[in-house]
Design a protein around this ligand. Structure first.
Ligand SMILES: Cc1cc2nc3c(=O)[nH]c(=O)nc-3n(C[C@H](O)[C@H](O)[C@H](O)COP(=O)(O)OP(=O)(O)OC[C@H]3O[C@@H](n4cnc5c(N)ncnc54)[C@H](O)[C@@H]3O)c2cc1C
Length: 440
């Protein structure tokens, strides 16, 4: 039995090692060093392109739980990361060169993985495939993926607005309403008077932005990809009232408690099926995270909002997974095709390894005629894979592990308020589930 894995980054290497472990031969394709991505700087496999941290190891932290689950499911790369760990408090930070070296050793010792240093320009058709070519997938392959998924189902950049936890919104100020009372009142609205708007505007135009990387700029030093989806700070820089006629338009949004139409309104749209997470409509932003925090605090109703995901804007190739994938990472249109890594719309090093692991396990199961592993939303990995496959297609944007996507647990009010304790309970529930059910 044989499969191809395209891309020997974090997801691809993990997927290949999982396949080999389950007795499947692998052709692992990597285009570097012949063709580069602009972000990778070596020819090594599983290169960490930016920071050297995989995030927290604490299981009351979302990323910590994900790593715990991955260790339980026998992730090769998490084990290596722990072997080459450098001191970083509670976080799993690594020596990146040593990490790549150990991954390469394991791959060459596996006896089943054939590394081919070649760019794959079209999705291989004559063998089972895991596509793990990452956020900087080469242009030719991206074009072929787009042909396969349909033009509207492949995106080339993240333009993400912050997401907040619904329970942390102050409903003494915020209210439910839809514009002109059309449809269900499913939006949450945060109203502003003139003074509040002006204070908010001052913070926004003076806030520091994250600098663009070279491969994200055009000749005028601007982001290549912002034309159709401008960041809120760029809109604001066009004039003091631009936002009030754009994403913060107040017309038709009346607070029924007061009968007042406001000076400006920030709208929040439901982000997950369980309605525990809401994103700020039109608030895609490239501001530094500290500034985003300050800005959100200046919005009436969000003074104490718990930010589940910050806004980001960067180059990122990802498929519209809700249209393309099952939660097993198997493609709906072609059963022997799986996607893994950042390409699936999960975000982050740990998440990329995690989806590589699941795609590898499931491809092996498919080839051995076994039922695929579909994790429930009480696990962090299951919550991620359900989020990417079940979200609303129209507004789908990448996500990293966070507690907002995990199925709620029934606890009394006191525990609900003690986040650490509640998260520890969620972690224990996940690990107990894995212990009782999986044989991966
Ligand atoms: C600039 C940048 C900085 C980031 N910084 C962080 C960070 O600090 N922390 C964090 O958690 N996440 C970060 N990420 C997000 C993400 O975690 C990483 O990109 C992660 O490496 C993604 O893993 P992956 O396996 O999906 O892709 P990659 O690790 O990028 O692996 C994909 C591999 O496929 C190869 N490839 C591409 N096209 C082809 C082709 N056609 N044929 C053959 N090979 C191909 C590439 O050369 C690459 O080796 C960053 C992303 C970017 C773009």
């Amino acid at each position: 039995m044989k499969a191809a894995v395209v891309g020997a980054g974090l997801a691809g290497c993990e997927a290949a090692l999982q396949l080999a472990k389950h007795g499947i031969d692998v052709d692992l394709y990597e285009m570097r060093p012949k063709t580069t991505t602009g972000a990778h700087s070596t020819q090594h496999l599983a290169e960490f392109v930016c920071s050297n941290s995989l995030g927290s190891l604490d299981s009351s932290n979302a990323s910590g739980l994900l790593k715990k689950e991955m260790s339980f499911l026998d992730s090769f790369l998490i084990k290596i990361a722990k072997d080459v760990q450098v001191p970083a408090g509670n976080a799993l930070a690594i020596d990146r060169n040593l990490f790549s070296q150990k991954v390469e050793e394991l791959i060459s010792q596996s006896g089943r993985i054939n590394l081919i240093r070649e760019e794959v320009k079209t999705i291989p058709e004559n063998c089972p495939v895991i596509l793990a070519s990452g956020p900087l997938t080469s242009d030719a392959l991206a074009a072929d993926i787009q042909k396969f998924t349909g033009e509207e189902h492949l995106h080339f950049f993240d333009a993400i607005a912050p997401i907040v936890e619904k329970d942390s919104i102050n409903f003494d100020k915020a209210f439910y309403a839809s514009r002109y009372d059309k449809g269900e009142a499913s939006y949450i609205n945060c109203p502003m008077n003139k003074e509040e708007y002006e204070k908010f505007y001052e913070i926004l135009i003076n806030a520091p932005r994250i600098e663009l990387k070279e491969f994200e700029k055009n000749s005028k030093d601007r982001a290549k990809f912002f034309e159709s989806c401008l960041p809120i700070e760029v809109l604001a820089s066009r004039g003091k009232d631009t936002l009030r006629f754009g994403p913060m338009k107040p017309v038709g949004l009346v607070d029924k408690r007061t009968g007042v139409e406001n000076y400006a309104v920030v709208q929040l749209r439901q982000d997950n099926k369980d309605a525990t997470m809401y994103n700020l409509v039109g608030f895609q932003t490239n501001l530094k995270w500290g500034s985003q925090k300050e800005l959100l605090k200046a919005i009436p109703g969000l003074e104490n909002a718990n930010i589940l995901r910050y806004g980001v804007m960067h180059r990122n190739t990802f498929i519209n997974s809700p249209a393309v994938l099952y939660p097993t990472l198997q493609c709906k249109k072609r059963e022997d095709l799986f996607f893994a890594g950042q390409l699936t719309g999960t975000e982050g090093y740990t998440e990329s390894i995690a989806t590589g692991m699941l795609a590898g396990i499931n491809m092996a199961k498919l080839l051995k005629d076994e039922p695929l592993l579909e994790l429930p939303k009480i696990t962090m990995l299951g919550a991620l894979t359900h989020y990417i496959s079940d979200s609303e297609q129209k507004h789908f944007q990448p996500i990293n592990s966070n507690w907002g996507i995990v199925e709620e647990i029934n606890v009394d009010k006191k525990i609900r308020k003690n986040k650490k304790l509640k998260n520890e309970m969620l972690s224990n529930r996940s690990i107990e589930y894995l212990k009782s059910t999986t044989d991966a």
